[in-house]
Write a protein that binds this ligand. Structure first.
Ligand SMILES: O=C(O)CCC(=O)C(=O)O
Length: 244
């Protein structure tokens, strides 16, 4: 659960960090999954075993639906929660940056694009190994700031976009240094990114996206969404069961 102060921080700044939320009993199976799958070669991102592993892999599902994690998301989004996406971000030594971006504009099939991302640290994460960086308050007004295609390769996107420096102030960036098991929550319009991993230590995280079921979600055959808490109105959204 989040305190009232933490919820206020999230609303004001667009993010909040909660120390020590995820126990080893939840992290260790995800870690084992990552180690088993990190060297699998894939050509289309839908075949990447580190993306959407919660569809069929119990250890990742259990992390995405861990009740104390959902309690925090509930404090931010309300009692009804849909699990939309999950991705293990494995930034190894030498690993790529993530360009400054907002998440919402990447999500063509959800409307409105009001989501909470839970970023679960699987490693201690610092400026040296490319921790998350955020621009506090940049979510304000939920405005799409207009990211543009860029050529520089990116850890997450094969066709990355980046926000031009004139639409935000990079000098206000805050590093989210975190310990394994800490979780940060961020708003889908918060400007954020990360530097390359310039250390010899891995920086892995499980990033999980949740929306309320009042969100209209266009169903596509390669994506699954799950009602993980509460109930959903009849609005045409399609929900799946784990493993089905
Ligand atoms: O892990 C990173 O460096 C960036 C993650 C990110 O952009 C996200 O989770 O939305």
């Amino acid at each position: 659960m989040l305190t009232e102060d933490q919820v206020r921080d999230y609303v004001e700044h667009g993010f909040v960090t909660v120390p020590n939320l995820m126990p080893e009993s939840v992290l260790a199976p995800v870690e084992a999954y990552l180690l088993r799958n990190q060297d699998v070669t894939w050509s289309h991102k839908n075949d990447d075993p580190l993306r959407e592993a919660h569809y069929r892999h119990r250890e990742v599902w259990d992390a995405c639906t861990f009740p104390p994690l959902l309690d925090c998301v509930e404090a931010l989004l309300g009692p009804n929660l849909v699990l939309l996406y999950a991705h293990i971000l494995n930034k190894r030594p030498g690993g790529l940056r993530v360009a400054w971006h907002q998440d919402g504009p990447y999500w063509g099939r959800v409307e409105p694009k009001i989501a909470v991302t839970a970023w679960v640290a699987l490693d201690d994460s610092t400026p040296e190994n490319g921790c998350m960086r955020v621009i506090p308050g940049s979510h304000s007004g939920h405005r799409d700031l207009g990211q543009r295609p860029v050529a520089e390769p990116d850890l997450i996107q094969s066709q990355p976009f980046e926000l031009p420096a004139e639409v935000f102030d990079p000098s206000r960036a805050v590093d989210l240094s975190m310990r394994r098991g800490d979780v940060s929550f961020h708003d889908s319009y918060l400007v954020h990114g990360s530097e390359p991993n310039r250390s010899d230590r891995r920086r892995a995280a499980l990033t999980i996206r949740y929306v309320p079921p009042s969100t209209r979600i266009t169903h596509t055959s390669d994506r699954r969404q799950f009602l993980v808490r509460g109930e959903a109105p009849e609005n045409g959204n399609v929900y799946f069961e784990f493993g089905a």
